[in-house]
Design a protein around this ligand. Sequence first.
Ligand SMILES: CC(C)(COP(=O)(O)OP(=O)(O)OC[C@H]1O[C@@H](n2cnc3c(N)ncnc32)[C@H](O)[C@@H]1OP(=O)(O)O)[C@@H](O)C(=O)NCCC(=O)NCCS
Length: 207
Amino acid sequence: MPTLQPDQLTIREMREDEAPIVLELLKDGFKDTENRLILYVLTRPLALLLMAVVSSALRFFLNSFVVALVLPVVLTVVALKLLLWRSPDLRHLYAYYSASKRGLWVAVYDEDDVCGCVALEPCYGEPHAAELKRLAVNRWYRRSGVGRRLLSFLETQARAQGFKTLVARVSVVTKAAIGLFESAGYTVSGGQRWLGYTIQQEFSKEL
Ligand SMILES: CC(C)(COP(=O)(O)OP(=O)(O)OC[C@H]1O[C@@H](n2cnc3c(N)ncnc32)[C@H](O)[C@@H]1OP(=O)(O)O)[C@@H](O)C(=O)NCCC(=O)NCCS
């Protein structure tokens, strides 16, 4: 973790030529999360039991013990990947976020080092609520206050755009993000469940 000079860190709108750097930042931040979440779900007792039952049933139809064992795991991983897959198409990041009522900002250290990003999107069906999206900090800059600065910046932006509530949906395995939201005064307001297990928590805060 580098020692940052707070006055060297600025937050501004992402420029079009910075989209590939931001895309890499996001991929790096979310690849780990997705894999950890899949491992978390696969190792829940109920998921293990269901896969064992399916595997035993498959033994009646398949000659291979290995295939009967592996197939339920592969199908579960595919189902989870589909469940976790979300739009938008990140290859069009700049075009998507330059649309009205959305925005993507980058944290820049020492004038040219893009070290974090965060985006704001309206919550459909809830006119006074906005959602925090695409929060990621370069791993070399983590735990040095960049995430907190981006969050505080986004709250100011959301307030200025007239939103009353800021919502963030966080995977249960992302301890760093959960710690960040809890320390910034967010409370759990919902979540997404799979096989009875919470896989994503919704945090929200009145602005
Ligand atoms: C979540 C993330 C953005 C945090 O950014 P960061 O710059 O490291 O966060 P900060 O240094 O500003 O930390 C602010 C607070 O968050 C909490 N926190 C941050 N990292 C933590 C960790 N690894 N474990 C527990 N709490 C943590 C702490 O409360 C911390 O305050 P403290 O340092 O005074 O104890 C960063 O870890 C990241 O990019 N993760 C991968 C992508 C991701 O999970 N995005 C969130 C999607 S909603």
